[in-house]
Design a protein around this ligand. Structure first.
Ligand SMILES: Cc1cc2nc3c(=O)[nH]c(=O)nc-3n(C[C@H](O)[C@H](O)[C@H](O)COP(=O)(O)OP(=O)(O)OC[C@H]3O[C@@H](n4cnc5c(N)ncnc54)[C@H](O)[C@@H]3O)c2cc1C
Ligand SMILES: *[C@@H]1O[C@H](CO)[C@@H](O)[C@H](O)[C@H]1NC(C)=O
Ligand SMILES: *[C@@H]1O[C@H](CO)[C@@H](O)[C@H](O)[C@H]1NC(C)=O
Ligand SMILES: *[C@@H]1O[C@H](CO)[C@@H](O)[C@H](O)[C@H]1NC(C)=O
Ligand SMILES: *[C@@H]1O[C@H](CO)[C@@H](O)[C@H](O)[C@H]1NC(C)=O
Ligand SMILES: *[C@@H]1O[C@H](CO)[C@@H](O)[C@H](O)[C@H]1NC(C)=O
Ligand SMILES: *[C@@H]1O[C@H](CO)[C@@H](O)[C@H](O)[C@H]1NC(C)=O
Length: 587
């Protein structure tokens, strides 16, 4: 009886949906492929989000949960939904960089023997989360407690941020559903959030077992059940934003079909934000709520004004570029470029922090790895989201560690880490294994080379320009060497190929490191937050641009110091936190 009643209802419902789709293909779709396609008679927007990347996707999605808020999200790149290379984690190497990547390049780096480096940044809905390596870490509790100290705002403490750590996350366990008990702490994860996270599909291998044994043997390291509990130091399991074997970009996580159906959210793609503009020159603070856009350098400029707030989420490169183009920056430098000064904010584009990494070489016994045929791999992914395509790579573990307590480095330089619970280094395994310095002294910058907003800015990452960084890397490499050549690796790792500070002379070591060092693709801090009274920084602890009203920055550029972590997790945390700041301003 019940089923015979339900069936016609369902059929009618499905029929209506299909008919609706055919008759009004665009009526339900609030995603516009170009500026030209945007209807002229739109209601005024309460909020405009400039930049539809990792942070921008969160902000636009959350704000439009309130049906009273009319929201516009503007992204320079295209949609990323349905792009197979982006959806399948193992196809990361095939993502078309001429479409989905800004392909920035640094200036010749003084600390790298004059080499230039590529600065990949995602372009398209979801931003860098569509092209990143998908590793998921939050950082140490000390990192956020330090942010709270630096900003004078206890709401940035780890404990205070805890709800936002869980709010963005949807923990899905191991891809394929293997029993991963013991590889993570269920109590520290979120289960009702947006970003699908989890562990790789394949179980513990010989490499993992040896790494665990070496940790136990060595005594000065320990095993950590979950590096996202705030105390990451030690050997632990790598977590990924590949819940269920798929890449959970910010667009997939926050701008899925049901969000796109919201009548109060409009998404404007392939549209470049050229400037942000004051509504009126009111004193003492200028009111910046207008965004200026264009579809190409020669294209006509169009403006939109937010009734409530404009949120800038262009990322660590895009955000300072837009601010500087808008006359918000160092007065002297703006005048030199002939840009009318709207707000003298000298730290815009300054203070960039970046993790620097050195790839180490080892003599490793070739392993009997079962190579999975590409056709089989594809079948596995299609069937149940397992196999090598369900993960960005074969690595299962990560090690976080500090400089040794007794080292010249720490007697010579003030400790750059946020506290004793925050690591100086990350070591990622693999055939090579890289040491990553998480706490550099060196700083970089983003400056304009042109008043044309379509021209790439000048990016100087300043890598290895401070002597601490090289000295610290030397110790970090020694620790990795001690670990990876320890007794548990007998018959597996036959030797360390360097760069070895115990074999090379000091000069040789320095030359080698400057020749091979790279970035870990985590630039942050170019519009940093600072305390209310600080003359430094660009935004206050609620991420409002100091000296202005109406304008907030929400993305990795606001980090006051880089966390000892990969950066997408912290971006999600900051974004969710920011959404509540914004909501509470407009209750
Ligand atoms: C190749 C790569 C690998 C990485 N691997 C990892 C990893 O494994 N784990 C990890 O945690 N982190 C990783 N990261 C870092 C992490 O992805 C970023 O820190 C994070 O996604 C940055 O978020 P965001 O919102 O600040 O910027 P983005 O996500 O870059 O968003 C900025 C958005 O603004 C748009 N935009 C910029 N300028 C304009 C403009 N003028 N007009 C309109 N739109 C504009 C961009 O197109 C982009 O969509 C990686 C990054 C890269 C590039
Ligand atoms: C990448 O995109 C560009 C621009 O659309 C196109 O010309 C090129 O053929 C694409 N490359 C691949 C490998 O698909
Ligand atoms: C998973 O493994 C743990 C121990 O490794 C065991 O206690 C538990 O019962 C297993 N769970 C299932 C569902 O098999
Ligand atoms: C502004 O830029 C000028 C010129 O580059 C520089 O000398 C000055 O120190 C900068 N101001 C601040 C406060 O950083
Ligand atoms: C690989 O397999 C061969 C043959 O089965 C065996 O002799 C060899 O010991 C294996 N090597 C390793 C490193 O396990
Ligand atoms: C997934 O599918 C493959 C076949 O393509 C099968 O061999 C494997 O056992 C399946 N795994 C799970 C966890 O269901
Ligand atoms: C700045 O612009 C000039 C002129 O277009 C160009 O030659 C130069 O390479 C640019 N500098 C940087 C660092 O991009």
């Amino acid at each position: 009886m019940v089923s015979s009643l339900q069936l016609p209802f369902l059929t009618t419902h499905a029929f209506l949906l299909v008919t609706w789709h055919l008759l009004f293909p665009l009526a339900r779709c609030a995603v516009y492929q170009s500026l030209e396609g945007l209807p002229a008679d739109l209601k005024p927007f309460d909020f405009i989000v400039a930049g539809g990347g990792t942070a921008g996707s969160v902000v636009a999605s959350r704000l439009s949960e309130n049906t009273n808020f009319n929201v516009l999200l503007i992204e320079a790149g295209p949609d990323t939904a349905g792009v197979l290379e982006i959806e399948v984690p193992g196809l990361i190497g095939q993502i078309n960089a001429s479409i989905y990547n800004w392909n920035y390049v640094t200036t010749p780096q003084a600390g790298l023997n004059g080499r230039t480096l590529g600065v990949p940044r995602g372009r398209g809905l979801g931003g860098s989360s569509c092209i990143n390596g998908m590793a998921y870490s939050r950082g140490a509790s000390d990192d956020y407690d330090n942010w709270a100290r630096l900003t004078g705002d206890p709401r940035w403490r780890w404990n205070a941020l805890w709800p936002y750590m869980k709010r963005h996350e949807h923990w899905m366990g191991a891809a394929g559903g293997r029993n991963a008990t013991g590889e993570y702490d269920p109590s520290v994860h979120g289960y009702n959030g947006n970003v699908g996270t989890g562990l790789p599909w394949d179980a513990t291998n010989e490499h993992d077992i040896r790494a665990i044994r070496q940790t136990e043997i060595q005594g000065d390291l320990h095993l950590v059940s979950d590096h996202n509990a705030g105390q990451p130091i030690g050997l632990t399991w790598l977590q990924l934003t590949t819940g269920g074997g798929e890449r959970w970009s910010a667009a997939k996580s926050y701008l899925g079909p049901h969000v796109r159906r919201r009548p109060n959210l409009r998404i404007l793609l392939n549209t470049h934000v050229t400037r942000v503009l004051p509504v009126k020159a009111s004193k003492p603070r200028i009111d910046v709520r207008t965004v200026e856009v264009a579809d190409r350098a020669a294209g006509s400029r169009v403006t939109f004004t937010a009734k409530k707030e404009l949120i800038l989420s262009g990322g660590t490169i895009g955000t300072p570029q837009i601010l500087l183009n808008s006359g918000i920056g160092n007065r002297t430098e703006l005048e030199r470029l002939g840009i009318p000064v709207v707000l003298d904010s000298p730290f815009v584009g300054e203070g960039m922090m970046e993790h620097v990494t050195v790839t180490l070489t080892w003599n490793i016994v070739p392993q009997n790895i079962t190579v999975i045929d590409p056709d089989v791999a594809w079948a596995m992914w299609q069937q149940n989201r397992t196999g090598p395509l369900s993960t960005p790579g074969p690595v299962h573990q990560v090690m976080w560690y500090r400089l040794p307590q007794k080292t010249d480095v720490l007697s010579k330089y003030k400790d750059t880490s946020s506290g004793p619970g925050s690591p100086h280094f990350q070591f990622t395994f693999g055939d090579q294994g890289r040491v990553i310095l998480l706490t550099p002294y060196s700083r970089g910058s983003v400056k304009l080379n042109s008043t044309d907003p379509f021209v790439h800015p000048i990016i100087d990452q300043g890598l290895l320009t401070h002597p601490f960084d090289l000295a610290a890397l030397k110790e970090g490499i020694r620790t990795a060497k001690k670990f990876y050549t320890g007794p548990a690796w007998e018959g597996y790792v036959l030797g360390f190929g360097g760069p070895d500070p115990d074999v090379l002379s000091a000069e040789e070591f320095e030359t080698r490191v400057r020749e091979v060092a790279r970035t870990f693709l985590h630039p942050v801090g170019t519009a940093a937050m600072s305390s209310k009274h600080s003359k430094q920084g660009v935004v206050d602890s609620e991420l409002r641009v100091k000296g202005a009203t109406g304008l907030r920055v929400v993305d990795a550029s606001v980090f006051p110091l880089t966390p000892a972590s990969l950066t997408q997790g912290p971006v999600y945390i900051v974004s969710e936190r920011a959404v509540d700041f914004i909501r509470h301003s407009w209750l």
